[in-house]
Design a protein around this ligand. Structure first.
Ligand code: AMP
Length: 500
């Protein structure tokens, strides 16, 4: 085993000789240098070890987005621990499952949850870290001695991230040092990030997108970041003239498009807009191009696989697709154990150094989804066209089976979204006494509006009868989670009784 810490040695390499250069600019102008970032992380590692953290122990963290939280992530990995970030939206009763399952030895939370978390955290030490970067953790870090990173090899675990668990129980995806470093190094090169870049970092850091794609890529490239606690259109637009890149979920882009201050002039210094975590509408891609002169680069990934595909940096960024398999990543489309030819829709399988180590304490689930030869069954429906571009058609579990026929929601949604007067739509299957499931379209209209008759009339000539919605429902907004994903499960629950 090498004597280095696999991930930390890589994350530190780009900034070793640039300790005083700025890594992060925080709201109100505070600047954090690379030296300060890593010195704080080394002290956080010292603090964790003083609490009794041993290599492989989990550090569960439910905190707001601060630089101290990033230092806690780096410090955990430096100390040989396994970082376990938790969505800030989780309630105490949800946390009870995660803490019971992961049995962390340290838990860090907001002061407001200290009491209730202390009751459910077993033998773990519980510390606090608040939105202003203060708390009992910060106090301990200040008085702790920095440590040299503990040696960890490529295959050791660096993080466990729980999947959002839209069906059944949330599963803890185990990610090794090499899963994280290899994927982020490849993305840095593929997207051409360098020390000249200034990345607008407005994503949450409890998710793979903000923590591993944004933070790790910036560190590996030695780029600096405009570090925003959350999405804030004003702050992003203010930062844009001096920034070079933005990573966002599709809702970032639709919200920014609503702001008249988004212009070509404002985006002049930017070289790259990246979108992922949920499908980007073709309409958003085109409107963004018109307004800023930039084609958004859409990529696809998931907690278990890090990033798997991306539209090219140089070359055609094809709207509505997620581009090509990334270097070192293999993909195939499967149905009933057979690989499908190009153009046909099936379940996407992924293999490569990006693919996780399995689900924490769930050997059976792992065996169902992660094959012995390294292929992972993503559960996403996809097709690959003759040029090699991958299109994600939706989740397999969102497939609607009506009267024995398969309906891919994306096909219906795309047609509806293209109609005048439509902002967006979500197509779901709800129980139906005759058909098993019925297709239902939940639709958000634009200000100009449209009617149910106009939508169903337009679909009549475009879709086979069994694919057409049996009911169209107007809503003001679609339910989304913090990563911008439409919550189809919630919609299915809301409309479960329609045809009962
Ligand atoms: P998560 O594990 O929370 O990152 O969610 C991963 C899931 O998000 C994937 O399995 C896809 O269903 C979806 N997803 C991520 N990126 C995209 C994209 N660019 N287009 C469509 N779906 C996406």
């Amino acid at each position: 085993m090498s004597a280095t810490n696999h991930l930390i040695s890589r994350l530190q390499a780009a900034s070793l000789g640039r300790k005083t250069d700025v890594f992060a600019t925080l709201p109100y102008g505070r600047k954090v240098s690379f030296g300060e970032l890593f010195d704080g992380a080394a002290k956080a590692a010292g603090a964790l070890i003083s609490l009794g953290l041993a290599p492989g122990d989990r550090v569960a963290v439910q905190v707001e987005k601060t630089i101290e939280a990033i230092q806690l992530y780096l410090g955990t990995v430096m100390a040989g621990g396994v970082f376990l970030p938790l969505n800030t939206a989780y309630t105490v009763s949800e946390l009870e499952y995660f803490l019971g399952d992961a049995t962390p030895s340290v838990v860090v939370c907001d002061l407001s949850k200290l009491e209730s978390i202390s009751e459910i955290s077993g033998t773990a030490k519980v510390l606090t870290l608040d939105a202003d970067g203060l708390g009992s953790l910060t106090d301990l870090v200040r008085s702790s001695d920095p440590i040299e990173p503990i040696a960890r090899s490529a295959d050791d675990l660096a993080a466990i991230l729980y999947t959002s668990g839209t069906t059944g129980r949330s599963k803890g995806a185990m990610l090794s040092h090499n899963n994280l470093s290899s994927n982020s190094e490849m993305l840095r090169d593929y997207w051409q990030f360098t020390s000249e870049d200034v990345l607008i970092h407005a994503l949450p850091i409890f998710h793979t997108h903000g923590l591993f794609v944004a933070t790790n890529v910036a560190l590996l490239a030695g780029s600096s970041v405009v570090f925003l606690p959350k999405f804030d259109a004003d702050a992003i637009l203010e930062a844009m003239p001096k920034a070079t890149a933005l990573m966002g979920v599709p809702t970032f882009y639709t919200r920014l498009l609503d702001d008249p201050r988004l212009t070509k002039e404002r985006a002049k210094n930017m070289r790259l807009f990246i979108s992922g975590s949920a499908p980007l509408l073709v309409d958003t891609h085109e409107k963004w191009l018109g307004r800023t002169g930039h084609r958004i680069l859409e990529r696809y990934g998931m907690t278990e696989t890090n990033m798997s595909t991306s539209n090219p940096y140089d070359g055609e960024r094809r709207a509505g697709t997620v581009g090509f398999p990334l270097p070192g990543v293999e993909t195939k489309v499967m149905l009933d154990g057979q690989e499908l030819p190009e153009g046909e829709t099936g379940v996407l399988w992924v293999r490569g150094a990006n693919v996780f180590q399995g689900y924490w304490q769930m050997p059976e689930k792992t065996a169902e989804e992660l094959m012995e030869d390294g292929w992972f069954i993503t559960g996403d429906l996809a097709r690959i066209d003759q040029d090699g571009y991958v299109t994600i058609v939706g989740r397999e579990k969102d497939l609607v089976i009506t009267g024995g026929f398969n309906v891919y929601p994306k096909e219906v949604e795309s047609l509806i979204d293209d109609l005048n007067g439509i902002l967006e739509s979500a197509v779901i299957g709800v129980p139906h006494r005759d058909f098993g499931e019925a297709v239902v379209a939940v639709v958000v209209a634009t200000r100009d509006g449209t009617t149910i008759d106009a939508i169903s009339g337009a679909l009549e000539t475009k879709l086979a009868k069994f694919k057409r919605p049996k009911q169209i429902i107007f809503v003001d907004a679609l339910p989304r989670n913090t990563m911008g994903k439409v919550q189809k499960k919630a919609l299915r629950e809301t409309y479960a009784g329609l045809f009962a």
